[in-house]
Design a protein around this ligand. Sequence first.
Ligand SMILES: [Zn+2]
Length: 180
Amino acid sequence: MEVTAHGGLSRYFGDPEETIMEHTKDHKLLHGTPHDPYLDSQRPAGAAQCPHCTAVYHGGHWHWPDADTAAALPAHTCPACRRIADGAEAGRLVLSGGFVSAHRSEIISLLQHTEAREKSEHPLERLIALRDEGETLIVTTTGTHLANRMGHALEAAWDGTCTYRYNDSEVYLDVTWQRN
Ligand SMILES: [Zn+2]
């Protein structure tokens, strides 16, 4: 489904636009718990640690190691590192318009800052790659949440026009942001 930040929602929702905008601020309201194949398959049997990024699996979740982390845990590659190795992104942002090339380094710095903040709390939300396609900047992420955050960070910083489109199973998010 497509969610447009600038009034394109009325064809999906009968509510007044104000309510809709409130909902689009937090996609959790619109989307339940997705079934992510990278989370659901190859789940560790017990506590484990990713040999690539040091993330620790414990109590059903991946988190960063802390003082309580056992010195030696069975090695198990985390879903984010598997996505990076497979080139299988969960989120993609396509940034276009003259503003993007004119402010490329500020935009990249905002995206990296957004990743650092998100990743510090959620180890599975990471930036995979930034690449240029002509004047368009393509950004891929290991999690839909980070892609969503990046879209909102761009809108908060520079307005522009942003769309968010989840696939049917809601484990993939396509974001477009455009500013001329
Ligand atoms: Zn890892």
